[in-house]
Design a protein around this ligand. Structure first.
Ligand code: 23J
Ligand code: MN
Length: 257
């Protein structure tokens, strides 16, 4: 059987499961909040155009307003100064939007320490157990943070010193972006960088190194607990906003059962 016919048969038989890694998008979707003096993005909002009424008797539709970086979204290289000569989100080749996923579970560590940072040694341990990081693949950092997504304050977890959310150390971000065959980093939190990353050297190192290397970011993923450590295929579908720095994305995973 041709491979796509096999795939469709497996999806129908549920031996390949389609897992939705996308957070629902609404006015309640948590939004990044940068500290002063930085400008911030607007949350998701909608204005009704008509709803089977005199404004449109047989149809319902809305106008939307939202930032490029709201909810589950894709970071393109041009989002960061280090990637300014790289691709915008509309220029990412569709072939690169279908890629293998490696899932690294640090949820126990993140539960014990909301400022937990991934280090290269954690990735080396994972590779010792599962084999090398996949060529052209995503590293998905499973932190369990999605459990907080219903509550913006719990999700951002900020106090007077700033947000406390797990992420990746500057040294590890540099190594992952520059020395491994990954295509990008995916996280459950509001951005690819840790909550405290505005104070790292360089600031926001995941953005700085991954986007500077022409690689990508994916944020606010959910259902990572339904993926194997290795073997899932990730399909990321950001809107092709022309010259966009990123965009809201539907992110799906195919998982063999
Ligand atoms: C701009 C500045 C800092 C950060 C971000 C955006 C994001 O997290 C993002 O969504 O790209 S940390
Ligand atoms: Mn972003």
């Amino acid at each position: 059987m041709p491979v796509l016919a096999q795939l469709l048969a497996a999806v129908a038989a549920r031996s390949v499961e389609v897992v939705d890694l996308t957070a629902p998008l609404s006015e309640r979707t948590p939004v990044l909040r940068l500290p002063e003096p930085f400008a911030n993005t607007v949350p998701f909002s909608r204005r009704e155009i008509s709803r089977y009424d005199e404004r449109g008797p047989a149809w319902y539709w809305n106008d939307l307003e939202m930032g490029e970086h709201v909810g589950t979204h894709f970071d393109a290289p041009v989002h960061w100064a280090t990637g300014r000569d790289g691709e915008d989100v509309s220029q990412v080749a569709p072939q690169r939007l279908v890629a293998p996923a490696a899932v690294l579970d640090v949820s126990a560590r993140a539960a014990a320490d909301p400022d937990f940072l991934l280090e290269a040694e954690h990735v080396r341990d994972w590779e010792g157990e599962h084999g090398p990081l996949p060529e052209g693949g995503w590293l998905l950092l499973r932190t369990g943070w999605n459990a907080r997504a219903g509550d913006q304050d719990a999700f951002l977890n900020a106090d007077e010193r700033g947000p406390h959310t797990p992420g990746v150390s500057a040294a590890c971000a540099r190594w992952l972006a520059e020395e491994t065959p990954l295509i990008g980093l995916g996280v459950e939190t509001v951005g690819t960088d840790a909550g405290a990353a505005h104070g790292f050297d360089p600031p926001f190192p995941c953005h700085s190194y991954f986007l500077g290397a022409g690689k990508y970011g994916l944020t606010q993923l959910r259902n990572l607990d339904r993926l194997p450590a290795l073997g899932a295929v990730l399909i990321a579908g950001p809107l092709p906003i022309v010259a966009g720095s990123g965009g809201p994305a539907r992110v799906l995973a195919l998982v063999e059962r």
